[in-house]
Design a protein around this ligand. Sequence first.
Ligand SMILES: NC(=O)c1ccc[n+]([C@@H]2O[C@H](COP(=O)([O-])OP(=O)(O)OC[C@H]3O[C@@H](n4cnc5c(N)ncnc54)[C@H](OP(=O)(O)O)[C@@H]3O)[C@@H](O)[C@H]2O)c1
Length: 279
Amino acid sequence: MTNNHHSTVAVLGSGKIGLAFVKQILQKTSYRVYATGRRSETLKAAESLGALALRDNNLAVRESEIVVIAVKPFHFPQLLSEVEPESWKGKIVVSLMAGVKLDTLRAAIPGARVFRAMPNLNSYVGFSSTAVAENGYDDTSRTVEEFLKIFGKVYWVPEEYLDIWTGLAGSGPAFIAEIIDAMAMGAVAAGMPRELSYEAVLDVLEGTARLLRSRLYQHPGQLRDAVTTPAGTTIKGLMVLESGGVKAVLMKMVEEASRRSREIGEEINLKILEKIRQR
Ligand SMILES: NC(=O)c1ccc[n+]([C@@H]2O[C@H](COP(=O)([O-])OP(=O)(O)OC[C@H]3O[C@@H](n4cnc5c(N)ncnc54)[C@H](OP(=O)(O)O)[C@@H]3O)[C@@H](O)[C@H]2O)c1
């Protein structure tokens, strides 16, 4: 357990990713957590995890040292209007919003130290792969890194990589879930029960990740070759995979998801800057 000496974190927006953050923070640290939302169901869910759940974003920001922004980007202008500019001053702000650029965040909340992070839903079990921009190589950056490690692995990246990260690791759990489902269904088609097939695929996934991380094989292709017996089962399966163009499809999947992240970013940044100008 990290000893945070009663520091306080605000999670603004207790939706899917917000609640995952709340859960891990309360499980692993002694931070007090303010979690905000609009609907009573949202507040109840945050409260049941042990957070101080409230609608008042201004109070949550004012009372906290670290502020996590976990609302959808298009809800950000409304959230901004609910928090007094003074309340942000001196805070460490970690935005999880896809596409909202650091420059936009700095213009929206002057006086705060802002970071942009892209975690994924695996945060819920402490296995996120989180990219964060940008490293100031100072105490505040180290605090942010320690904080984000609560949810899994942390990678400092230049901001320009965040859209690609969103298409790869942010959307990644959904992509992997589809692949897992497809393989399990294949086993069902071959005659094995669904539950057993599903557990087996999850084991294969976790084990393969560990094996590749061990660097016994330097490249996934080497692992593939090690499993592939001439005229055996694996090569027959691989031939089907190749004839379906699956590898190219998966490459395009990540590229297209990344492109869409960039596109959404461009739309939303203009809208947010327009709202700020109207203030
Ligand atoms: N889900 C992911 O895997 C993931 C991964 C990385 C980053 N993100 C980013 O995280 C953000 C949230 O995504 P999500 O999937 O968690 O969305 P979500 O489930 O829709 O959650 C958003 C939450 O924000 C709350 N909210 C909206 N306006 C608010 C306001 N003015 N004050 C307080 N709370 C407010 C909503 O509360 P009510 O329901 O009560 O209205 C909702 O619970 C997005 O910007 C997304 O880009 C998500």
